[in-house]
Design a protein around this ligand. Structure first.
Ligand SMILES: [Mn+2]
Length: 323
């Protein structure tokens, strides 16, 4: 259940399926495409399969490289990247004929999904775990085709090499990926800028909802369906808006509550959490049925925004009291 088992599976196998969690972000998709290129550079066959629409701002590295339909035939293993929970496995993941489910991940909070788990929580991103595997497989420097997707993953999960998980190792990996052809500005522009006007208008409305609690240690922002509708924004554009709450000096826990269409109709509330350092928001998310990292976590609750607001404020208050 470890890196050694994962390496053995790669060495002994010939044909692999590579996928990632639902609603893939840059780390999920970038580490999947990056791993597939590394496998190909070792003479293996690898198929990246993601059975849903991809976010437009990830297309700069993903276009033409992902199969939407499950490829035919048997696989020696199925890699699921950046995935910490069974509920996040892609819809339609094969139940047989696709070998062991190998989870490659870096999330501290998880539900043990996977037959084999290569989870390294000191890594800034799943891409960093992939590059560690590549080292042991003799695939460093990584193939040029892996550079853009892995670099995007590193940049996204470290917030542009800013977060605490950014280590000298991370920067060395980033340097290698730039040497192999990744484009620093294109990556930053696609991941952090290049907004459509509707997104900026939505942000304006979201910022207007700011509430502060616990003597300014908790910031709360909200997104309603109504705000999305009249600014013409869509759900993908909400990504990252929780960070604005954390920007305020003195804020230790930033919360974004987001009305989100429930799978069975009606509205759920999505909860995004960020910590400025000391608070462990993964704990808070876990208490509400979600998960994530110490500094960035989330949950989706089958209840209205006001009910979630009450619960998250009470959990936040007890977490701050413990500190
Ligand atoms: Mn990640």
């Amino acid at each position: 259940m470890s890196r050694a088992d994962t390496l053995r599976i790669v060495r002994e196998g010939r044909r692999f399926l590579v996928t990632c969690h639902r609603r893939p972000d840059a780390d999920a998709l970038g580490s999947a495409i990056g791993l597939a290129e590394i496998l190909r550079s070792l003479g293996k066959e690898a198929h990246v399969w993601v059975p849903e629409n991809l976010a437009p701002n990830l297309m700069f590295f993903a276009v033409g490289r992902v199969e939407r339909e499950l490829p035919d035939g048997e696989f020696d293993a199925t890699f699921v990247m950046d995935t910490a929970a069974r509920a996040l496995l892609p819809r339609g993941i094969p139940k047989g004929g696709a070998g062991p489910l190998v989870v490659v991940d870096h999330h501290a909070a998880h539900d043990d999904v996977g037959d084999v788990v290569c989870r390294e929580c000191d890594a800034c991103s799943t891409a960093e775990v992939v590059m560690r595997l590549a080292t042991e497989l003799g695939a460093r420097p990584v193939p040029e085709a892996a550079a853009a997707p892995l670099y995007a993953a590193l940049v996204a999960d470290t917030g542009g090499f800013r977060y605490a998980m950014t280590t000298p190792e991370t920067l060395r990996l980033g340097a290698e990926l730039l040497e192999r052809g990744a484009d620093a500005w294109q990556t930053a522009y696609e991941l952090f800028e290049g907004w459509p006007p509707a997104r900026l208008r939505l942000l304006g409305e979201v910022l207007e909802t700011l509430e502060l609690f616990e003597d300014g240690r908790v910031a709360l922002l909200r997104v309603t369906r109504d705000m999305l509708a009249h600014t013409g924004a869509d759900d993908d554009m909400v990504e990252g808006m929780v960070n604005y709450g954390r920007m305020l000096r003195g804020v230790e826990v930033a919360v974004l509550l987001w009305e989100f269409p429930a799978e069975k109709g009606g509205l759920d509330t999505k909860l995004s959490l960020r910590s400025s350092g000391a608070a462990d928001v993964a704990k808070l998310a876990t208490a509400l049925g979600g998960g994530g990292h110490r500094a960035a976590a989330g949950a989706q609750l089958h209840e209205g925004l006001e009910a979630t607001r009450k619960r998250v404020l009470s959990e936040a208050s007890s977490i701050l009291a413990e500190m």
